[in-house]
Design a protein around this ligand. Sequence first.
Ligand code: ZN
Length: 124
Amino acid sequence: MRCDEVAAMLPMLVDDASTPPNLAVEHHVESCLRCQAELARYRRLLRTLHQLRTRFIEPTPGLLGETLAAIEEAAERRAVRSILSGRRLAYAGAIGGTAVATAATALLIARSRRRSGPTLKLAS
Ligand SMILES: [Zn+2]
């Protein structure tokens, strides 16, 4: 047997107790250092995965409060940012509206002066 064929069968060798032992695979692993190392890595991986399944991490006492405070801070920052961007739009609109009104007023004044013409005549 070749090593790559054995590597594909290693999970069955370790995991599945219901399958009958494959003597050719076992014989190859006993005589091949590379496959023994692969088998050891696979068993270590399975042990680690099993530990992860049963291991619980205790949170530190203040973790919940710190997390909630961080969430609240982030929400406040976002709200302030959205208010500020809304005010910028309002200021820009107000400035634009004032400019348009000033220009219209100036145009009306200029027209009314042109129509009426000079009214003051000096008599000598
Ligand atoms: Zn091998």
